[in-house]
Design a protein around this ligand. Structure first.
Ligand code: ATP
Length: 529
């Protein structure tokens, strides 16, 4: 599928617009139009319903975007949350060093085949898959041109690798203007947007727009435990905006500077974290499949040990094969006790959890009546209350609502032929479709519009529906196909004689008749059945 076609359909049909377009747009920001806002809401609502409301072990939160600046010190975002950047002195381009690789070929074209130590360098930039593809092309090209003289298996070195010598570094061409010797060494660039609180702009008024929703959950862990009657294992879910001053916003809404996250922090006993990690990985993968992403375009990629953050004992990405390459849709990480321990340290508040159920279960066997006695007996040990009092371990499934929207759009986009004509159709899962049904009078006479409007009003009380009486019926169907509306309902000549209407299925274009009185139930059965 061609990404440009999808972007243009999104614009034409009112799914997604560039932000501030009348002023020329602003890089990395997008607006959702009338159809897009419904689609994204449906995705967020499906996530919320399935992961929060339908589960006994989950509750929700909605935290502020600006938090106490210490939150970001504790989380490691101040200082740590930065990408290594390379600037080009020539064209002023700025690139992520961890996305650039140098392929170092060794040239053997010196006298009598002696190895010429001057390396030949190629650099690629982009998402991981793009880089791999670019590299493969460069190796192929190099092999063709240099088969006889050179060692064609290059060393692949990321530009944030400090071991690259100055001599080698000077040979790396700028990915944009191709000039050599113009790139700076990587420098770190903080991704957090800064702002000031109050009228004064000084160090004490500095604050940040959150770069993830997760920290609001950790900061409220104690509030939820003290007031929510939750017991481990339990989770807290949150949906909300996050902001990152991305260097390279790209691929439509895939990487933007303002986006929405759907995050879960699931708190459990340290001994059970491996089990819950597996559980959430599989659960989240299946959620995408259930909502229509074909499993052969989805994959679960376990991170290698050398990719893991130092506190994590397991991380997996759910990746989707987008038209621009296979890229991350959601990350699931076993974060251990890292986050709560950090917040305990920085806030000075006790964030440990007392597992009353476990204690009640074991205390008779231990021959003890009070937990205080237990702790006293183990005085001096690093965790005297363990395994009854502990900092819970956390499993974090962290998804992006915009990336999910993009994946569902890519998956839904189809071009097929109907009646000898090419049509664009968005085959959304009915739960996600922005409009659930469209109602049409075949012609604007003989009482058809009135009958159709009555059906429309009836349906509108239950679902977002659309009424359209203008133009040829085929054209009206096509417009709804492009909007992804699962069903069309037409009042036609036969309606006037037998009180039935025509139902049309978006994907197969099959038509059948339904009694007027049964329309709402029929739509319900089709959408929810
Ligand atoms: P990437 O490596 O693609 O930058 P990340 O690993 O930094 O992503 P996380 O910090 O794990 O991402 O964020 C969790 C989720 O939030 C991602 O899986 C993605 O769906 C979403 N997300 C992160 N950054 C962006 C962005 N700039 N634009 C849109 N969605 C994003």
């Amino acid at each position: 599928m061609d990404m440009d076609k999808l972007v243009s359909l999104c614009k034409r049909r009112g799914f997604i617009f560039p932000s501030s377009e009348i002023y020329g747009g602003i890089n990395g920001f997008w607006d959702y139009g009338p159809l897009g806002v419904e689609l994204k809401r449906n995705i967020k609502e499906a996530w919320w319903r399935d992961n929060v409301q339908m589960r006994d072990d989950m509750v929700g939160l909605d935290c502020s975007i600006i938090m106490h600046p210490k939150v970001w010190e504790a989380s490691g975002h101040v200082g740590g949350f930065s990408d290594p950047m390379v600037d080009c002195r020539e064209c002023k381009g700025r690139f992520r060093a961890d996305q650039m690789t140098a392929l170092v070929f060794t040239d053997r074209s010196g006298p009598q085949g002696a190895t010429n130590p001057r390396p030949l360098v190629f650099s690629a930039i982009g998402e991981r898959e793009d880089v791999e593809r670019e590299n493969a092309k460069a190796i192929e090209k190099f092999k063709k041109a240099n088969a006889a003289q050179a060692d064609c298996d290059p060393d692949v070195i990321r530009l944030d690798n400090l071991a690259i010598t100055d001599e080698l570094y000077a040979l790396v061409p700028c990915p944009s203007c191709k000039a050599r010797g113009t790139l700076t060494r990587p420098r770190s660039f903080n991704l957090m947007f800064e702002t000031n609180i109050g009228a004064l702009e000084d160090a004490s008024s500095k604050a940040y727009l959150r770069p993830e929703t997760a920290q609001g959950i950790f900061a409220n862990f104690k509030n939820v435990v003290d007031t929510g009657r939750v017991k481990t294992p339990f989770g807290i879910g949150q949906i909300g905006k996050s902001f990152r001053n991305e260097i390279n916003p790209r691929n439509f809404i895939f990487r933007s500077r303002e986006f929405e996250q759907m995050e879960i922090e699931f708190f459990c006993h340290p001994e059970e974290s491996a089990k819950w990690y597996q559980y959430w990985r599989d659960q989240r993968f299946q959620w995408y499949v259930r909502h229509g992403l074909r499993s052969d375009r989805l994959r679960l990629r376990e991170h290698d040990a050398n990719e893991l953050a130092f506190y994590s004992t397991g991380t997996a990405d759910i990746e989707y094969s987008f038209p621009f390459g296979v890229s991350e849709l959601e990350g699931i990480a076993n974060r251990g006790s890292y986050d709560l321990t950090q917040h305990q340290k920085f806030s000075g508040k006790d964030l440990s959890y007392f597992d009353e159920e476990r204690w009640e279960r074991d205390k008779a066997g231990l021959g003890l009546t009070s937990f205080k006695e237990y702790v006293k007996k183990r005085e001096g040990e690093p965790q005297p209350g363990y395994p009854y009092q502990y900092i819970p371990h956390v499993i974090e499934p962290s998804a992006g609502a915009d990336r999910a929207t993009l994946a569902f759009l890519c998956e839904a986009y189809n071009e097929d032929e109907v009646g000898g004509e090419v049509r664009n159709v968005l085959k959304f899962h009915p739960r996600l479709a922005p409009i659930k049904a469209a109602v049409f009078p075949l012609v604007r006479k003989d009482g058809m519009p009135e009958k159709a409007e009555a059906i429309y009003r009836d349906l509108q009380r239950h679902y977002p529906v659309f009424f359209d009486e203008k133009g040829a019926i085929g054209r009206r169907y096509r417009r709804q196909d492009e909007a992804g509306t699962p069903f069309g309902i037409t009042v036609d000549g036969q309606t006037l004689t037998d009180d039935t209407v025509t139902f049309r299925d978006r994907d197969s274009c099959r038509q059948w008749r339904v009694p007027l009185a049964g329309v709402v139930q029929a739509v319900r059965d089709l959408l929810e059945g």
